[in-house]
Design a protein around this ligand. Structure first.
Ligand code: AMP
Ligand code: MG
Length: 419
């Protein structure tokens, strides 16, 4: 791990790159029924065991026939010789000038390559239909065997986080079970003598511990993670060392909040560095400037975990989670990196910003005729959790960007996506 001079700032991108260099994805996997694979990380690529669809079939309700029967200039008249239903094939033969009534999904009868949709033909009279030139071209409305997937070809790549469409795709291939990566164990605790847990009286000068709740919420949304709540740890070297060792034994990743800012960092640093290699960073970002990152080992059993020492301020803990931890957890879980979805929004008001650091402002979004509009959610202090709760997303003001005016475009990370 690169060591860093004290007081040296690094950019968000440099910190991300330094983190990515340290991470080894989990290798163990488990076999699950496909429903249990939802939101889990696929451990091996899935090759299609069959052609999908398995036969040429009709894409529409209509009449199937050979395209060579089409009269290019005048009316085409065809004799109806049978019916093909989905799941109930027409087994007879269809000659020139003949057709078969066919329903969507039914296997194309032998000799047929074209379907004219029922809306484009006259209603059958004396067993014949007719249609005008241009109603259909040869080959129309036919789905080809293997058009969706060919047998033996990759259907899903390893590392994919399984979504609803993937469950359907697996079912369409007849695959009942898949191998997914084992869940990633993430232990988290809060540090600070001023913190009280729910149910305790709020003594003077104390605050309720909210970070364990936001962290729990964000972790739960990554369903390949098993969150392990380790409570509040008091500001003493012994308590911190004990908690760190317990967490390293149980978990792949440890998230702490609080205790990494200047002044507080001293004993945190001594403990973390005693147990492993941990860097204390000052990141050119707001909120979220102080952050520790590294790896620690419990000397009693030799078990190690990746450590993120997040700042204590309630907004900063969320912002650093989204900026660094989310991607790192994907990587550790063996998931393919996916960029965060972003929306471009016009700013409803100007935002002051200094070039040379990345800023994350909380915004609510509105849609007008021109697109998305982003409004700041009031006071943006890094302790103001309400600014986060009222927000629909984070407006990301990039490192090199300066102040923006009302009407300028900005990039927003929305909290919600399509499920
Ligand atoms: P620290 O980084 O420990 O200096 O904490 C910075 C600020 O965040 C202080 O005002 C703390 O009281 C507050 N804080 C730290 N941890 C938590 C927490 N778990 N829940 C709520 N506020 C916290
Ligand atoms: Mg503290």
């Amino acid at each position: 791990m690169s060591t860093q001079e004290p007081n040296q700032f690094q950019t968000v991108d440099e910190a991300k790159a330094a983190i990515a260099r340290q991470l080894q994805p989990v290798s163990e996997h488990r076999c699950v029924a496909i429903r249990d694979a939802l939101n889990q990380v696929l451990a091996e690529p899935i090759l299609s065991p069959i052609d999908v669809p398995s036969h040429d079939n009709s894409a529409m309700d209509g009449y199937a026939f050979s395209g060579s029967s089409i009269e290019p200039a005048g009316l085409t008249k065809l004799q109806v010789v049978g019916t093909a239903l989905a799941g109930n094939k027409f087994t007879g033969s269809v000659g020139t000038g003949q057709c078969v009534r066919i329903m969507t999904g039914a296997v194309m009868p032998n000799g047929c390559d074209t379907v004219v949709v029922q809306e484009n033909v006259s209603s059958p009279e004396n067993g014949f239909i007719q249609f005008a030139p241009g109603a259909v071209s040869a080959g129309d409305n036919r789905r080809l065997k293997g058009e969706d997937l060919t047998q033996g070809k990759p259907a899903l790549p390893a590392g994919k986080v399984i979504r609803p469409a993937d469950l359907g795709l697996l079912a369409s291939l007849g695959v009942p079970e898949v191998k997914v990566k084992r869940t990633l164990r993430v232990a988290f605790f809060s540090t600070g003598d001023e913190l009280r847990s729910l149910g305790q009286p709020l003594d003077e000068g104390c605050v309720y511990d909210s970070n364990r709740y936001t962290l729990y919420g964000m972790l739960r949304r990554l369903e390949f993670v098993e969150p392990i709540d380790m409570g509040v740890v008091h500001d003493s070297p012994e308590a911190l060392e004990k908690a760190m060792c317990e967490a390293a034994s149980q978990a792949d990743v440890i998230l702490t909040s609080g205790g990494v800012s200047v002044g507080e960092a001293d004993f945190t640093k001594t403990v973390m560095q005693k147990l492993g290699a941990v860097n204390f960073w000052k990141i050119a970002m707001r909120p979220g400037r102080p952050m520790a990152f590294g790896q620690i080992t419990n000397p009693a059993d030799g078990r190690s975990a990746v450590l993120f020492g997040l700042p204590g301020n309630p907004v900063a803990v969320m912002v650093t989670f989204y900026a660094f931890v989310r991607d790192a957890l994907h990587h550790l879980a063996g998931a393919q990196p996916r960029p965060l979805p972003t929306v471009t929004a016009r700013l409803a008001q100007g935002v002051r910003k200094k070039a040379g650091r990345t800023e994350y402002q909380r915004v609510w979004l509105e849609r007008d005729a021109q697109g998305w509009v982003a409004h700041l959610t009031g006071a943006q202090g890094s302790g103001v959790l309400r600014s986060m709760s009222e927000a629909d997303g984070l407006l990301v003001l990039h490192h090199e960007q300066g102040s923006l005016n009302a009407g300028d475009l900005g990039e927003v990370w929305p909290f919600e996506g399509l499920i």
